[in-house]
Every structure is written in structure tokens, then in C-alpha cells.
Write a new protein. Structure first.
Length: 202
């Protein structure tokens, strides 16, 4: 079933771990998780589900409706903003659209499973891995969906029109959330409250 999938993680987490003792690392990741949980609890999304694994989020919608993508974008925005405010954490990630499923599997107390499969997860994961700075990249299909919903005067999506920027080509870095593109194609990024046309850097 087609869904929107976001893969997010902490920028520079591996390097930070090298400088922390184990107890400090546990405290750090605990604060990170608590902030994300609080934002989720405050919003109580009905069309978004997800996982937290170490420093990573995997968020996915139940369908590809306007309401679902709006809830996902709102949740991503709130998590990114609050993680920085509370913990000084910068988040990077990507949102893709495509097939995605959670696979139910038998568990035992000593072996828990979180089985997920789908091209949307692969696309979001790979795009996130190509980003060298903080920000949230959107695949072309996600960006085009948001544009279509916004032009259709959907109140659920219009609120995000000032939060992402359109990146095209290979010319210059845009502020505040410029991302590095791995290919000469359209890339898009969620930005901190600005509507900006930005272009990728290779």
C-alpha cells in the first residue's frame, strides 16, 4: 500500500558518541526520545505511526490522503524544532512516497521485532544518507503532492507552504537548511519558517 515515509536522524550523532561516556550517552538519547514522545503525545496524530530506533525516527502514514501528509509534515516540523530548543539537536532526514508495510511477526521477550519493508523506506533512507547538513529533503513526488494540495486550497496543507523550499539544479547553497544533492535533479527541503527557492550543491 502506498504511504508517505519519513526517515530522520540526529546530525553528527556518531561523532558525538565518541566524546561521551556511556552514562552521558544514555542520558542524551533519553532526552532525545522524551522530546519526540512529548511532541507526539501533544499532537496525537491519528494517521501517522512510527518507530524510534537509537537516534533515528521512522514515521509513516496510514494512507496518502491530504490529512495524512499534513499530519506527517506537522509532526516532523514540531519534532525538529523542539529537539533543537530542548536539546540543541539538529535533525536531518527525508520524506518519500511509495509502497510501505509493517510486517507482523511472532515475538518472544528476549527477541523483539520491528519488521518493515517497502521502496518508500529505502528511498527516504538513501536520500537522508546523501544529506550533509541539517534539513528534511522531499522526493519530487512528495513535493508535487504538497504543491497540488496547496493549490487546491486544502487548509490542512496550506499551513506548510512557508516551511519548505524548492531546490533545483547545482548552483548555490541556500540558508537556513540547504542540503547537498547527489544527482542533478530536483530536491526539496523543509526550512525554518521561510519560503525559499534554493538550489543544491554538489
Amino acid at each position: 500500500m502506498s504511504k508517505y515515509v519519513a526517515f530522520l536522524d540526529i546530525l553528527g550523532f556518531k561523532e558525538k558518541l565518541k566524546k561521551l561516556k556511556q552514562q552521558d550517552a544514555k542520558s542524551f538519547i533519553g532526552r532525545f526520545s522524551t522530546t519526540a514522545f512529548e511532541q507526539w503525545e501533544n499532537m496525537s496524530p491519528t494517521l501517522v505511526e512510527g518507530y524510534i530506533v537509537s537516534d533515528s525516527f521512522i514515521l509513516y502514514t496510514r494512507d496518502t490522503s491530504t490529512q495524512a501528509v499534513s499530519q506527517l509534515l506537522t509532526l516532523v516540523e514540531k519534532i525538529c524544532q523542539q529537539e533543537f530548543i530542548d536539546n540543541g539537536i539538529l535533525i536531518r532526514g527525508a520524506i518519500a512516497k511509495g509502497e510501505f508495510d509493517r510486517v507482523e511477526a511472532r515475538e518472544i521477550p528476549s527477541l523483539r521485532k520491528g519488521l518493515i519493508v517497502g521502496q518508500a523506506y529505502v528511498d527516504a533512507y538513501l536520500m537522508e544518507g546523501s544529506i550533509k547538513t541539517a534539513g528534511i529533503a522531499l522526493t519530487d513526488e512528495v513535493f508535487q503532492d504538497i504543491e497540488a494540495y496547496s493549490k487546491g486550497s486544502s487548509p490542512q496543507v496550506q499551513t506548510h507552504s512557508g516551511y519548505y523550499c524548492h531546490r533545483q539544479g547545482n548552483a548555490h547553497r541556500a540558508s537556513p537548511a540547504a542540503l547537498r544533492a547527489s544527482e542533478n535533479r530536483y530536491h526539496h527541503a523543509l526550512c525554518n519558517g521561510e519560503t525559499t527557492e534554493c538550489e543544491a550543491v554538489t
